[in-house]
Design a binder for this molecule. Structure first.
Ligand code: ATP
Ligand code: MG
Length: 399
């Protein structure tokens, strides 16, 4: 067993010593069988949440109404969930009630896909009532039980199916895919924030390029924010040379750059994204547009070190292979300053040099002009050089 499982064994044993059953479940078991790197470890147990809570020192009852408590052991969090099945999903958010059940098999029956419905014991014995191992061997995504029913219960599962194609390189089985196409409209019932989480995982997946083709055929885009009003967007994006993105802001930038009718604010509002995502997408779009009219130095200066790789990805995806990441990085590193705070002067110097002028917007205008001139190497970043130039500009303006 891989290290994350070994580290989690004491949690399993603690539960078992008190007479309960406990298994590893979900993504970690799937990833173990695939030989992929193991992410978070989830545990299923016959113990009730209150019992689990009483057994460990550090516990956060984060989803206790749904049977989940987070146990911290040696500083690592584990989601420990009591065997349960879901009640009705009337609001498409959470099941109205959860019902605790006696066996792991029943618990596995509520899970989304066969590859995610495998339990593994501490001895590496598998409980796999839905043929999850075979699905993994066949690299196939299929729902546990009837796809149409499972998607009607929780339409987010359709988005999850697509994001797993991108993360795992699997194909959605034809029965399951037909159900996605048929019930795609139910995605509109789902909170945008939850769709955004799955869409971002889709965008960052290793197989995102081929997954866009599946997404295009899934009917889901018609029921996703922004894409619903611009049906050709995902279709045309199949021409892009997609590679795994770092985050959803890069996708927003790409779509906005390639479609004049769209804006970053329409994306970030309709997708209910954070201010940070909006800001990042805006900077990337602005830099892309600048590239045609401004020197490369000025563009990379606006981006800064942290955004260079995002920018490079956007360029390649939109088929602009002119600049390598090395060129971008070297250009940035060769700049005399990295930000306006590195200028050899401040607004106070300007006030001193022009004592007769009242402080006002002219100070900012001059600072901007000086910043640009220093970045582009028009003069050196030292006080004397700057003073000379600024006074010269001022004379020109007066005459
Ligand atoms: P990842 O590697 O991204 O964490 P995961 O398979 O662990 O993938 P999670 O969202 O962490 O996915 O969910 C853990 C497990 O809970 C899943 O493997 C699946 O068994 C079950 N599950 C999660 N979401 C749903 C859902 N909407 N419907 C049914 N089962 C679900
Ligand atoms: Mg997980």
């Amino acid at each position: 067993l891989e290290k994350p499982f070994v580290e989690a064994l004491p949690v399993l044993f603690t539960l078992m010593k008190q007479g309960h059953e406990a298994y590893f479940v979900g993504g970690s078991v799937r990833d173990h069988l695939m030989g992929r790197e193991i992410g978070d470890i989830d545990i299923a147990t016959s113990a009730r949440p209150e019992q689990v809570q009483a057994m460990f020192e550090k516990v956060i009852p984060i989803g206790i109404d749904h049977g989940t408590v987070v146990v911290y052991y040696e500083g690592i969090p584990y989601e420990v969930t009591t065997y349960r099945v879901d009640g009705e999903y009337n609001d498409f958010r959470h099941p109205d009630e959860v019902k605790y059940v006696a066996t792991i098999e029943e618990d596995l029956s509520r899970r989304d896909f066969t590859m995610n419905a495998i339990a593994m014991s501490y001895k590496r014995e598998f409980i796999d009532p839905y043929g999850g191992k075979d699905s993994i061997l066949n690299r196939s995504i299929e729902t546990v039980r009837d796809a149409a029913e499972r998607f009607q219960e929780d339409p987010l599962r359709m988005m999850r199916a697509l994001r797993f194609t991108s993360q795992l390189g699997f194909t959605i089985s034809s029965t399951t895919f037909r159900a996605v196409q048929e019930y795609a409209y139910l995605l509109e019932k789902i909170a945008v924030e939850r769709i955004a989480i799955e869409f971002e995982k889709f965008l960052t997946g290793e197989w995102v390029r081929s997954s866009f083709k599946h997404l295009n055929k899934s009917n889901l885009p018609t029921h996703m924010p922004v894409f619903s009003a611009h049906p050709t967007l995902i279709e045309h994006s199949n021409d892009f040379d997609w590679e795994p993105l770092k985050g959803i802001e890069e996708a927003f930038a790409i779509f906005v750059i390639s479609n004049q009718e769209l804006s970053v604010s329409s994306f970030s509002e309709q997708w209910k994204c954070s201010k940070k995502v909006k800001k990042e997408a805006e900077v990337l779009v602005k830099a892309y547009k600048m590239l045609r009219i401004e020197p490369l130095e000025w563009v990379v200066y606006q981006l800064g070190e942290e955004r260079l790789s995002s920018f490079k990805r956007i360029l390649s995806i939109l088929d602009n292979k002119e600049y390598s990441i090395e060129t971008l990085r070297e250009t940035l590193l060769a700049l005399p300053i990295a930000s306006i705070s590195a200028l050899a002067i401040t607004g106070n110097d300007l006030k001193k040099w022009f004592p007769d002028q009242k402080p006002g917007p002219w100070i900012k205008a001059y600072m901007d002009k000086i910043e640009r001139a220093v970045v582009l190497g028009d003069f050196k970043n030292n006080k004397e050089a700057i003073e000379m130039w600024v006074k010269q500009w001022n004379q020109q303006e007066e005459s």
